[in-house]
Ligand binder design. Structure first.
Ligand SMILES: O=C(O)C(=O)C[C@]1(C(=O)O)C=C[C@@H](O)C=C1
Length: 101
């Protein structure tokens, strides 16, 4: 940006004009509510699947964690940056429980 930049040149979200109407925002919020319920449903299913695998492995005398698989999960969320890492860690933790407990 230089000294000649004026209001008209600014990005829409900084021009003072709303980029979405109140109706659009209401619709978008409905979509967020739906997305959150889907994410929650999928996370719950992921926990179930992860616990089933973990229980079978431990019943067979295996380890509680599988390092390579956890690295694959972390890699999958890497595109989201540090927050993606936290999200992946939370998902892993939900499935196999907190380590060291
Ligand atoms: O893939 C497995 O073997 C699992 O037990 C699932 C899972 C996961 O939640 O992704 C959980 C614990 C392991 O350390 C690795 C991965």
């Amino acid at each position: 940006m230089n000294a000649q930049t004026n209001e008209k040149d600014s990005a829409p979200e900084t021009s003072g004009e709303p980029v979405a109407s109140a109706e659009e925002i209401a619709e978008l919020r409905k979509e967020i509510d739906w997305l959150d319920s889907e994410i929650l449903r999928l996370v719950k299913r992921r926990v179930e699947v992860s616990q089933t695998i973990g229980a079978a492995r431990m019943a067979a005398g295996g380890t509680r964690i599988v390092y390579n698989r956890e690295m694959d999960v972390l890699a999958r969320y890497r595109e989201l940056g540090p927050d993606g890492r936290q999200l992946a860690m939370a998902l892993l933790q939900l499935g196999r429980g907190r380590l060291g407990r």
